[in-house]
Design a protein. Structure first.
Length: 92
């Protein structure tokens, strides 16, 4: 496995107040990987699932990587959740 590259595997760390299809940037690397929220707990908006919309470049495996709401087109739903942190488990 490469030590830097585009994100290939992620897992969740934290985040509440999100809705399905919220998007944002995973900070680190070249700050250009996009996440998409795929499932949430209905009463709190706690994130239960995410997928990578764009893998980005120059990322390294990281625990609790911070995120920023909003992503460039064609990703159009920035959302208002707070505290989403994503574990970057694999890059390639």
């Amino acid at each position: 496995m490469k030590s830097t590259g585009g994100i290939t595997v992620v897992s969740l760390n934290s985040g509440i107040g999100y809705a399905v299809n919220d998007t944002g940037i995973i900070l680190g690397g070249d700050n250009n990987a996009v996440y998409i929220v795929t499932s949430v707990e209905p009463s709190t908006g706690a994130v239960l699932g995410v997928t990578i919309g764009t893998p980005g470049t120059s990322y390294t495996p990281t625990l609790a990587a911070p995120t920023r709401a909003g992503a460039p087109p064609p990703f159009s739903q920035p959302g208002v959740g707070i505290g989403l942190r994503i574990n970057i488990d694999g890059v390639g």
